[in-house]
Write a protein that binds this ligand. Structure first.
Ligand SMILES: [Zn+2]
Length: 179
């Protein structure tokens, strides 16, 4: 009986592990761009694009330095290899959306109710396949923790100010999400 219980628990944790993407925790490094917001209700995921203005547009440290200078951050950053960095705990409000409105409902200040994910790509270099894979894995795991009703791009919620995520293939994204 004990053996079967242990076997069952091991199999269960294996399944959970298989579903959770590998995440590199950078929350100890990022001490700007967020604030605690107890009991916040998350039901939105916002997808962004970002890159470093330095020599290498895909330098994680360069992007973080820019975020620090502007006092902004997202919860997650996905680099070109599809590595996922956690910058801000999901419980906290991260400053990634700015002035924003959810078109479906007219709700404002979406930082309070969203999780922000940055893809490293530029207006002329589309996201890598590995980034799509990581993004979909990450959002599927977020959906296990929060009742996500809206997955939007930054340009959907701030159309006059923002055009990211750049060169993002929404059709491919939704196909991967439903697979
Ligand atoms: Zn953005």
């Amino acid at each position: 009986m004990k053996f079967y219980l242990i076997l069952f628990l091991s199999l269960t944790s294996l399944v959970v592990l298989a579903q959770s993407p590998n995440i590199i925790d950078y929350t100890a490094k990022v001490h700007w761009g967020f604030r605690p917001l107890p009991d916040r209700k998350v039901d939105v995921v916002v997808i962004h694009s970002t890159y470093s203005l330095g020599k290498n547009p895909f330098d994680v440290a360069g992007v973080l330095e820019q975020f620090r200078q502007y006092g902004v951050s997202s919860h997650y950053l996905i680099d070109r290899d599809g590595e996922i960095y956690r910058l801000v705990p999901e419980d906290d409000e991260a400053f990634h959306a700015g002035k924003s409105v959810l078109p479906e409902t007219g709700r404002k200040n979406l930082n309070a109710t969203s999780i922000g994910i940055e893809l490293m790509n530029t207006p002329t270099i589309a996201p890598d396949q590995r980034q799509y894979t990581a993004l979909v894995e990450l959002i599927k795991s977020i959906k296990q923790r929060y009742p996500i009703h809206y997955i939007v791009g930054h340009s959907d919620i701030a159309p006059k100010r923002k055009s990211d995520p750049w060169d993002f293939n929404w059709k491919k994204f939704w196909q991967m999400m439903s697979a």
